[in-house]
Design a protein around this ligand. Structure first.
Ligand code: BTN
Length: 269
């Protein structure tokens, strides 16, 4: 039976495989997204992309799947996937600029894409969680090595997380926020094109390009000015998230008055 996209929309429990050919066509002239490797199911797209990078895969190689079965998150966490409903994308990159600008560029590209495609307002929780209505819709995992970086993006597009009560308090899908399903392909194309533009800017526009990108990312940070609790492993520190520096380092005014630069960890408001 030929299931059209509108049929999948009318019957949200049904899912369709990602239209990979549409993505390939839309991205054929881009630096990012070529070649595109699709797997119906895989453990972690980041792990697979890292293996490819070690074997010399070209910059821009994209690994994606409909069913990521062992997705990995930041700080050693796992990443839950809804088969056939979300986007799981990993790119092989070989950046010539400091990798923390990738953190900013990727979060900014996701936030702008969601706003353009859905009209939903977004915010970025430092450093790169993208939120809608204060709940996470996208997680980003950047893993660096001496000669490559893997940029992994998990975007909750369709379906619902309501069956996991704890997760649903802090995460949602775009479809839940919007009240209807969306084309994953339209989102993926817009996202990869925007990312490609920002990546090119970082490669070609030097200091000025980085500053502009950092400012645009900073503008969207919902963390700034808030009282937060920073979790680093077993350690918890509370204070006010005062600002970020030129490299995106969070400046936390601790309750004891000390201004602590923070390069990693999880912040909760
Ligand atoms: C986080 O918020 O903790 C980051 C989650 C990153 C998930 C993505 S999904 C695609 C890529 N493959 C992985 O195993 N992880 C990233």
């Amino acid at each position: 039976m030929d299931e059209s996209f509108s049929d999948a929309e009318t019957h949200p429990s049904r899912t369709q495989a990602l239209d990979v050919e549409m993505l390939r066509t839309a991205l054929r002239d881009r630096r990012l997204g070529n070649p595109l490797m699709y797997f119906p199911a895989i453990g972690s797209t980041n792990s697979y992309a890292a293996d490819l990078a070690r074997e010399g895969a070209a910059e821009g190689t994209l690994v994606t799947t409909d069913d990521q079965q062992a997705g990995r998150g930041r700080i050693g966490r796992s990443w839950r996937s809804l088969p056939g409903q979300q986007l799981a994308l990993s790119l092989v990159l070989r950046p010539t600029f400091p990798p923390h600008f990738l953190v900013m560029a990727s979060a900014l590209a996701v936030a702008e894409t969601i706003e353009r495609v859905t009209g939903l307002a977004t915010g970025i929780k430092w450093p790169n969680d993208v939120q809608v209505d204060g709940r996470k819709v996208c997680g980003i995992l950047i893993e660096t090595s001496t000669d490559f970086a893997i940029l992994g993006i998990g975007l909750n597009v369709n379906g619902s997380l309501a069956d996991d009560a704890e997760l649903a308090t802090r995460a949602t899908t775009l479809a839940e926020a919007l009240g209807r399903s969306l084309s994953r392909e339209a989102l993926a194309v817009e996202l990869l094109q925007r990312l490609d533009d920002l990546y090119t800017l970082l490669l070609t526009r030097g200091e000025e390009g980085r500053r502009g990108l950092r400012d645009a990312w900073r503008q969207r940070l919902v963390t700034l000015g808030r009282r937060v609790s920073l979790l680093q492993g077993e350690q918890r520190v509370t204070g006010i998230a005062e600002d970020v520096d030129a490299d995106g380092v969070l400046l936390l005014r601790r309750d004891d008055g000390v201004l602590q630069p923070v390069t990693w960890g999880d912040v909760e408001s």
